[in-house]
Design a protein around this ligand. Structure first.
Ligand code: C2E
Ligand code: CA
Ligand code: CA
Length: 295
């Protein structure tokens, strides 16, 4: 088992290293923002107790006219460095809300739409008011909208970013801590912020069966979340064995290739169509390989 997963990791690392890097230029990015070359892929989030899809996470892709689909790891850092990411916030809110509205109009009324906000985006004092305006414009009930933020050391102090997050939370929007367990391991920010969900980083899920201690660590993280009355979501679930362990150990929600890959909006509609009833029972054999990703 251990050798298998180590080998998998080496192969994944090699794959990453050998992948041709699509070089990105700042002028390219400015044009991309102007011409709205960005699209969202959506990845379903599943309630492990009912098997129902209860939300989707919006993951950004750049549809480059010459270079094809580009993954966020290749352009988000430059968007942040150049602060161009501030200009993307409006697009991010508008597009994800329009798509959520379309889903609601198709009868998927209980889905949560989750978007990612980087720490740099949170430097924008206007962010909460931009979000509020778009919620009103799109007629979205804020309880169905969620912002994911990565835990960082800045959250330990009362900083501008924490203030912006509190303003967002005051709108009634949900807050989730992304990549939980990988960042700054002080938990003060959990008291300062009105968080509803912990998203446990996929590293903890992928290494789960490598050592008994890893199971203990993951259980302890889930327990911490539950004792703070938070929902716990496990990221990067790729196997039935992992899903079974998570169900047995009381994890609330999961997301990962085992359920579905991130996919374009139209594929998401088809994905829901292949499920037995509207947002209903699992029908995993049909849905597992439906999604496409930009990887
Ligand atoms: P993240 O928010 O932690 O998103 C999860 C990443 O894991 C996604 O990569 C997703 O495709 C991938 N993933 C999901 N399930 C599995 C699985 O079972 N196995 C494996 N190996 N991977 C899985 P993606 O889409 O390339 O996004 C990478 C990161 O880029 C995201 O990590 C997020 O931090 C950032 N990002 C994506 N969209 C946005 C955005 O709109 N704004 C900002 N600020 N950041 C974004
Ligand atoms: Ca995320
Ligand atoms: Ca994550």
């Amino acid at each position: 088992m251990k050798t298998d997963s180590s080998l998998k990791k080496v192969l994944a690392w090699l794959h990453q290293k050998l992948k041709p890097v699509k070089q990105v230029f700042e002028s390219d990015l400015e044009r991309a923002i102007r011409q709205e070359e960005f699209v969202f892929f959506y990845q379903p989030q599943v309630n492990l107790k009912t098997g129902k899809v209860v939300g989707v996470e919006a993951l950004l892709r750049w549809h480059h006219p010459q270079k094809g689909m580009i993954s966020p790891a290749e352009f988000i850092p430059m968007l942040e460095r150049t602060k161009l990411i501030h200009e993307l916030s409006l697009f991010l809110f508008r597009q994800s809300m329009e798509d959520l509205k379309r889903l609601q109009e198709m009868g998927f009324n209980d889905l949560t739409m989750a978007v990612n906000l980087s720490v740099v985006q949170l430097e924008d004092d206007e962010l909460a008011s931009k979000l509020e305006k778009q919620l009103k414009k799109s007629k979205i009930n804020p309880k169905y909208y969620e912002c994911e933020v990565i835990e960082t050391s800045m959250m330990e102090h009362v900083t501008r970013q924490v203030g912006v997050l509190n303003e967002i939370s005051d709108l009634g929007v949900q807050l989730a801590i992304d990549d939980f367990g990988t960042g700054y391991a002080g938990f003060n920010y959990l008291r300062r912020l009105n968080v509803q969900k912990l998203k446990i980083d996929m590293e903890f899920v992928s290494s789960l069966f490598e050592h008994k201690n890893n199971e203990i660590i993951l259980s302890a993280m889930m327990e911490l979340g539950h004792r703070l009355n938070l929902q716990v979501l496990a990221e990067g679930v790729e196997t039935k064995k992992q899903e079974e362990w998570l169900i047995e150990n009381g994890c609330d929600m999961a997301q990962g290739f085992y359920f579905a890959r991130p996919m374009p909006f139209d594929d998401l509609i088809r994905f829901f169509g292949t499920r037995k009833n509207r947002n209903g029972e699992r029908n995993r054999s049909e849905t597992k390989s439906k999604g496409r990703s930009a990887d």
